[in-house]
Design a binder for this molecule. Structure first.
Ligand SMILES: [Zn+2]
Length: 419
């Protein structure tokens, strides 16, 4: 079903108004905090959303003590037997850039010239910054004021879900089965599903946490953490001949064997990598901390084999040296679970097409809450929000992206109600 012009206008205005309001609430998560949610501001945004969900006619709305919000929108009359679907977005923003005192600005009718910022005269958003910006000439673009991120990741997702709820309330002709809404804290620090109540979620969910308009994400990295401990022997350097086993020096030789081309700064699209991000220690002991990433589990297994063979070679080369390897599987590529869910994927594609957009299948070079949920038995593809350049002071979103994502939600709900 095509959404009427009237409803499209409502979606655009409602989602823009909500988005401008939600981004002003400081919800940066904090990796160093051990509480859930990691920051107070996420509770504040959650309180506002809970009240708004109740006003929009959702039932059983709760904000639990960890800051998760749940609510159920009952099905349209006569569609009570339709399958329930879930819509998920996250409350927090990335720590990479400040999210405090965000002052969003709407640049009306973007003309393709550089966008400048009131809080940083050096900063510019130009056509070179993003491949899609050229396609957005003529649209209204929202940015920060240059001193913070914008927070479209993921307040765009939050606003779009809220707007869809508002549209369902205002326009009863928009048909849908029951819908479960869930907002999660601390996604950006990898804890978004840690305390999620799986039994409150339906069998199929969608996250609204993707990027450019039209995108549908069914794949994410297969992700491993790697700890390598080098145990050497310290001796006075003046008398160390044939005795010292210099753990940190050997560690740096060992790590230099990693192929340089397989690093984050040399890879893109579907290429995997090794990423060393911490090296510490001394002669006696040294420790390297890495991650390895790929879309294919077998390729990551080869990287682990590579470390095992290096360990053997180095222990032979430096008698007395001990190397300990530890691998932790952090998350799996969700395609393993989603490829069986043809209907969830087909309907998502159809919902995007109905919104007048081209479906762009995209592989996430990172993780998502959906990956963890999918692995735990709730297949959860990721739908675009329309935002771009996430985790950056140059983050932006066209207001049309907010509208289109809301349209996709409405279409998706209607498609599921008929299937
Ligand atoms: Zn996100």
């Amino acid at each position: 079903m095509a959404i009427s012009k009237d409803i499209q206008g409502f979606l655009l205005n409602d989602a823009t108004e909500r988005f401008m309001r939600y981004v002003k609430i400081w919800t940066t998560s904090d990796e160093k905090s051990s509480s859930t949610p990691s920051t107070e501001g996420q509770l504040e945004l959650g309180r506002i959303l809970s009240e708004e969900l109740k006003d929009l006619g959702l039932l059983d709305v709760v904000q639990d003590k960890w800051g998760y919000i749940y609510g159920i929108l009952p099905a349209s009359k006569g569609l009570e037997d339709a399958k329930t679907i879930g819509l998920i977005a996250h409350l927090d923003t990335s720590e990479a850039v400040s999210g405090k005192d965000v002052k969003p600005v709407i640049h009306k009718n973007y003309d393709g010239n550089d966008i400048t910022y009131s809080q940083d005269s050096e900063l510019k958003l130009s056509l070179n910054d993003s491949k899609v910006l050229k396609e957005y000439i003529g649209l209204d673009i929202i940015t920060s004021s240059g001193d913070t991120l914008l927070g479209a990741d993921d307040k765009a997702g939050v606003a779009e879900i809220m707007t869809a709820c508002a549209a369902w309330q205002k326009y009863p002709e928009l048909k849908h089965g029951a819908i479960t809404i869930c907002f999660t804290p601390d996604e950006e620090i990898g804890r978004g599903t840690k305390k999620i109540k799986k039994k409150l979620l339906p069998k199929i969910c969608y996250t609204l946490d993707g990027s450019e308009m039209g995108q549908l994400e069914l794949e994410c990295f297969d992700a491993w953490g790697v700890d390598i401990k080098f145990k050497g022997l310290s001796v006075h350097p003046g008398y160390a001949k044939d005795l010292m086993i210099n753990a940190i020096h050997i560690a740096s030789r060992f790590l230099s064997e990693i192929p340089e081309k397989e690093s984050p700064e040399h890879t893109e699209e579907r290429e995997g990598y090794y990423h060393l991000y911490k090296l510490e220690g001394g002669e006696e002991e040294a420790k390297a901390t890495l991650i390895i990433r790929d879309f294919i589990l077998e390729s990551n297994k080869k990287r682990m084999e590579f470390f095992k063979s290096l360990k053997e070679a180095y222990e032979r080369r430096y008698p007395g040296l001990k190397i300990e390897l530890a691998f932790q599987h952090q998350y799996e590529n969700m395609i393993l679970y989603l490829e069986k869910e043809e209907k969830a994927i087909e309907l998502a594609k159809e919902a995007i097409t109905q919104a007048g957009l081209e479906v762009k299948l995209h592989s996430i070079r990172g993780g998502t809450d959906g990956a963890k949920l999918s692995a735990r038995g709730i297949p959860t593809p990721n739908i675009f929000t329309g935002g771009l350049l996430f985790h950056s002071r140059k983050e932006f979103i066209p207001t049309l992206g907010l509208q289109k994502a809301a349209e996709v939600i409405l279409n998706l709900a209607e498609l599921w109600s008929k299937n």
